[in-house]
Design a protein around this ligand. Structure first.
Ligand code: LRH
Ligand code: MN
Length: 395
């Protein structure tokens, strides 16, 4: 165990540097194709989402930005930007990554940027350029693109032509980025398409980002992998090739389940954080940590606070790995000693030191308990419950 002082320095430094972006849609009523269970306290307006995000940041000190989804949060596009600035100062959370939405409109049935209709592709590119303009208005660095495009049956679409249309669309989007802005390309192997998905894995996303231009990177959603894939190895490759732009963290037992981070396999996130920390603190600026979850059954505020606390603990555990010693054991192929050091660090209970850090930073030692004591959930449930709309669409 490292000397007490160095341990605290290391731990507090790691926790001070850890920030994670929360998704506005994590506060909204969401469900699956089999239904949606409404929560009276769910957020349905952008103000309510900023209020909830502000509360999470007050309780954890680690979530200064909130990701926005264009159609869900900014239905009037850049015209909504002024209102957002007001909300940012009122609730103490800034607008984060801007997520274009190319998966709702009926015209995107056979694809958006990859649709065989040039007219529909043009409208989809226009939405991408709108999203870049919104990011510029809001001062957001990242435009984070996930594309549902694909097909359900063999032979029904030209996979090759769709690659060309996609390359062209992302090059045009990249040409409109302001200096310092980034286009993040998120991949997903399947759903909603179940035969081929146009951006299905890290290789495809990496090629498209590199082809689009120097301000494009790959976004790794931890839920977008086959169960047998080694995600931390993909992360190591994206770090090695300089293509890693950020993460959507969540957890899953089967597919893109969007469960809360660390709820099924906390060791998975620890292994990913270790690969990132191997690249040194300066890298952190370039790797966006974001949460992408849908809280269908857990209380939305509790789930978000729980997720941030879990992420802080796992980040700290990874920071405590004695990397020099591990490197030595790896080189000596001391397998059991190396594994015992690596997994042993993961086993450490870091909650007491996280509590100390929170107290030192004027934050509640137990953010979940503080949330319960604040009565915030009861208050928003009473205020918002009255206008709870009957179930209509997905989100
Ligand atoms: C797609 C995805 C994408 C978001 C959506 C809410 O599965 O991960 O990042 O736009 O979830
Ligand atoms: Mn995602």
């Amino acid at each position: 165990m490292q000397a007490e002082s160095t341990l605290h320095e290391l731990a507090f430094g790691a926790l001070d540097s850890f920030q994670i972006e929360i998704p506005s849609w994590g506060f909204a009523n969401t469900g699956t194709r089999f239904g949606k269970f409404l929560q009276p306290g769910a957020a349905s307006t952008l103000e309510e989402k900023f209020s909830d995000a502000g509360q999470v940041h007050k309780l954890t000190g680690a979530t200064p930005t909130m990701a926005l989804h264009v159609l869900w949060d900014l239905p009037n596009g850049s015209a909504d930007a002024d209102a957002v600035h007001g909300l940012e100062s009122r609730y103490g959370v800034a607008a984060g990554s801007i997520n274009p939405n190319l998966f709702q409109d009926q015209e995107y049935k056979f694809g958006s940027l990859c649709n065989p209709s040039a007219e529909i592709r043009e409208r989809a590119v226009a939405h991408m350029l709108d999203s870049v303009a919104i990011a510029t208005e809001l001062g957001s660095r990242d435009i984070s693109l996930w594309l549902p495009d694909g097909s359900n049956y063999p032979g029904t679409q030209s996979i090759r032509k769709r690659i060309e249309w996609l390359e062209e669309a992302l090059i045009r989007t990249h040409q409109n980025l302001a200096p310092g802005q980034r286009l993040l390309v998120e991949y997903k192997p399947f759903e909603p398409a179940f035969y081929h998905t146009d951006i299905a894995d890290w290789g495809m996303a990496s090629h498209l980002a590199a082809k689009a231009g120097p301000q494009a990177r790959v976004l790794v959603d931890t839920g977008h992998h086959y169960a047998t894939q080694n995600i931390e190895q993909i992360v190591a490759w994206l770090l090695h090739t300089g293509m890693l732009g950020g993460f959507h963290f969540n957890d899953r037992r089967y597919a893109d389940d969007d469960l809360t981070l660390g709820s099924i396999d906390p060791y998975q996130i620890f292994r990913i954080f270790h690969e990132i920390q191997l690249s040194g603190p300066e890298l952190l600026r370039d790797v966006a940590f974001m949460i992408d979850q849908s809280h269908n059954l857990k209380g939305k505020m509790e789930a978000m606070v729980q997720t941030v606390a879990m992420a802080q603990e796992l980040w700290l555990k990874a920071a405590l790995v004695n990397r020099d010693r591990l490197e030595h054991l790896q080189e000596k192929c001391e397998l059991v000693k190396a594994e015992e050091l690596f997994r042993g660090t993961f086993w450490q209970d870091v909650r007491p030191i996280v509590k100390e850090w929170r107290a030192l930073r004027g934050l509640p030692e137990d953010p979940l308990a503080a949330l319960a004591e604040s009565g915030y959930v009861q208050r928003i449930s009473a205020e918002r419950g009255a206008k709870m709309a009957p179930v209509t669409s997905y989100a």
